[in-house]
Design a protein around this ligand. Structure first.
Ligand SMILES: NC(=O)c1ccc[n+]([C@@H]2O[C@H](COP(=O)([O-])OP(=O)(O)OC[C@H]3O[C@@H](n4cnc5c(N)ncnc54)[C@H](O)[C@@H]3O)[C@@H](O)[C@H]2O)c1
Length: 282
């Protein structure tokens, strides 16, 4: 049976076919060509089948977001399938899953390579989204260092003194700094490479979203997470579908004047920290 006779459909490329990424693609992917990339073949097989069985037009490809060449090949593959109108990057590791260097390599440098590679292939008027984290708001980086970081080419990021001396100290710091760097990466791309095609790029900084990655965090730092939930205005965790609601807005027509910015979706955790209602470092 031919399910869809349309040709040259808009392409949606997802790097990191995990919980949040697939929720976002389900929300925006109907009638489009979907390309799912992940390091795990098992995940790709499972998620690819789920999408196919639900009527989506989907292809899968193994990608290692740690490797520049692999991400570039992924971007080229997306462009071969049609006009790349959407790119979503959710490939990441959290503090309790990895050592500082891996977090810097994946969440910071890997994201940078992906944003650079998709800057080359985005179609006119396309839209991109990086999943950052509320952690981006937890360690204020001095302005002069941010200015240096925003203007550092991706391949040289790891060599910056601040990254070597501060981010590499522990996985928590590496994660906070890498996730803040995602905001800066979106700003730089919005102003330079993505701007050429009038393509928009933004970040979402989620709070505690229940996914397999979050369960690794709860197992290792359950008390800390419970304290954050209790200190938040929402008084609860959230689901990937709630992030997908906001992602659909940022990737869609109603956000056509929004680029280079971040949307914090944390149930009020950062508001509690910023006002001193909740002491993060005790
Ligand atoms: N869950 C939360 O509470 C939370 C909160 C804030 C931010 N985040 C961020 O959201 C993003 C998505 O996380 P999630 O909760 O959906 O987790 P998830 O574990 O469901 O998804 C992450 C995906 O990234 C893939 N991945 C890991 N390393 C990769 C690599 N080298 N190359 C390609 N793919 C790779 C994994 O296989 C997995 O499918 C992450 O960047 C995470 O840091 C999560």
């Amino acid at each position: 049976m031919i399910f869809d006779r349309n040709e040259q459909k808009a392409v949606v490329a997802l790097l990191g076919a995990g919980s949040m990424g697939t929720a976002i693609v389900r929300r925006i992917g109907a009638g489009k060509k979907i390309l799912l990339g992940d390091i795990s073949e098992k995940t790709l097989e499972r998620v690819g089948d789920d999408f196919r069985h639900c009527g989506y037009d989907v292809e899968t490809v193994q990608v290692n977001a740690l490797k520049k060449e692999s991400v570039e090949a992924f971007a080229r593959k997306a462009a071969e399938l049609g006009p790349v109108m959407y790119f979503i990057d959710t490939a990441g590791a959290s503090p309790n899953q990895a050592k500082p260097e891996h977090i810097v390599d994946l969440d910071m440098v890997g994201t940078g390579h992906a944003v650079d590679a998709f800057g080359e292939v985005m179609a006119e008027g396309g839209a991109g989204l990086i999943i950052s984290s509320q952690a981006a708001y937890m360690y204020p980086i001095p302005n002069d260092i941010e200015l240096q970081l925003v203007n550092t080419p991706t391949a040289q990021l790891k060599g910056v003194k601040f990254i070597q001396e501060v981010a590499m100290q522990n996985s928590g710091l590496a994660y906070m700094i890498a996730k803040r760097m995602n905001h800066l990466q979106a700003q730089r791309a919005a102003a330079t490479s993505w701007r050429k095609q009038r393509a928009r790029i933004n970040t979402i900084s989620p709070g505690i979203i229940v996914t397999p990655l979050a369960y690794d965090e709860f197992r290792a730092s359950g008390e800390g997470y419970q304290a954050m939930i209790d200190a938040s205005a929402a008084q609860r965790v959230a689901t990937s579908d709630e992030i997908a609601d906001a992602a659909a807005f940022l990737l869609g027509e109603h956000a056509r004047f929004i680029t280079g910015t971040d949307l914090l979706i944390d149930g009020g955790v950062i508001a509690s920290i910023r006002t001193g209602e909740f002491k993060l470092w005790q």
